[in-house]
Ligand binder design. Sequence first.
Ligand code: PMT
Length: 401
Amino acid sequence: MPTIALGVTGGIGAYKAVEVARGLQKAGHEVVVVMTEAARHFVGPLTFEAITRHPVITDQFAPGANADIAHIQLATDAALLLVAPATANCLGKMAHGIADDFLSSLYLATRAPVVVAPAMNTFMWEHDAVRRNLEVLRERGVRVVEPGEGFLACGWMGKGRLAEPDAIVAAVLDTLRKGASLAGRRFLVTAGPTFEDIDPVRYVGNRSSGRMGFAIAEEAAARGAEVTVVAGPVSVAPPPGVALVRVRGAVEMRDAVMARAKGQDVIVMAAAVADYRPERATEKIAKETQTLTLVLHRTPDILEGLGRERAEGRLPGTLLVGFAAETSEVVARAREKRRRKQVDLVVANDVSRSDAGFDVDANAVVLVAEDGEQELGLAPKREIARGIVDRIERLLGTRKE
Ligand code: PMT
């Protein structure tokens, strides 16, 4: 069974981490505990050592500890890093990449999924600094087990109490299960804008950054899928662990997608593909007239082409997911697009909002499928991606192969 690294930081809830360790062991996992210095004021390492039957890591530079390979290898061996309780200080260090003890260094060194269970005073929990740090971590894919409400150790009543051990263990097991749930599946995801050239120096484009498509690709890869991303000229870095194909215009994107479509389990068109492209001048257009008229031609509709290929039996078994970027009648138009393009799922987003959609970190969407609709409220794109991939998994489960 996989090993879980359990980071314990200095909060009154540290004693509950003992029960969390037990719960994980009961589920069959090895647990290696890493304690910060502050945590040791609340619970002794011996308690964890006796329960887990593994030495507890307390110091990055303890003499002798660096010769201990198991200790150093925890970053690669751990199937998941759980931090419970996670103090405001620990969350701040994780968000900002500060590595001044074993636990914060482990967070940077591991590529395993990360779950945090914050616990702190209500006012600290509500503080803008903590909110923003959590948002950064969520955007990176860290799963947050929200604290509970009630009487806090400091005497206040409110939100901040460490979540119950059962809920923390359930979140860990769910994250681990999802980590392998798409193993053996192939995903093709498009991301970003397309640029349609007017002449050798000018183009028509749009504000898509690539964030939404990359978040979906990252989530699918985190669940074990083999992911290829066809990306237009994006403004953000691609996620690790995916094969990347860079393209520029809609025709090039169509060719790249069609060449790779066969054999995919899922194709997600998150790219904002231009609907029209100008007739390209071979020379730079000179500034000679007061007005300039561009003649635009329709581009191929890639998603519609995929729907047609599947309907005609050339993409058997491939699940097709499109987006609908709308400024009004968002869901009604998404329904119409789903039917017309013959796809399984359309992710509808209102791109007139300034806090969601194009070129921002968050989105708010409605998932439109044949069997119903589901709203995913405003959240970081990585979290929205989690909801979209959950829905895709359900569709894969019910689809006839
Ligand atoms: O990249 P970000 O900054 O994160 O922004 C994310 C996003 C707003 C771009 C994304 O959430 C989104 O809405 N992507 C789809 C944008 C779009 O082109 O929507 P549409 O309603 O015009 O197109 C409908 C669907 O057809 C889309 O899946 C699109 O990829 C596809 N399409 C459109 C035109 C075309 N010629 N070929 C296509 O395949």
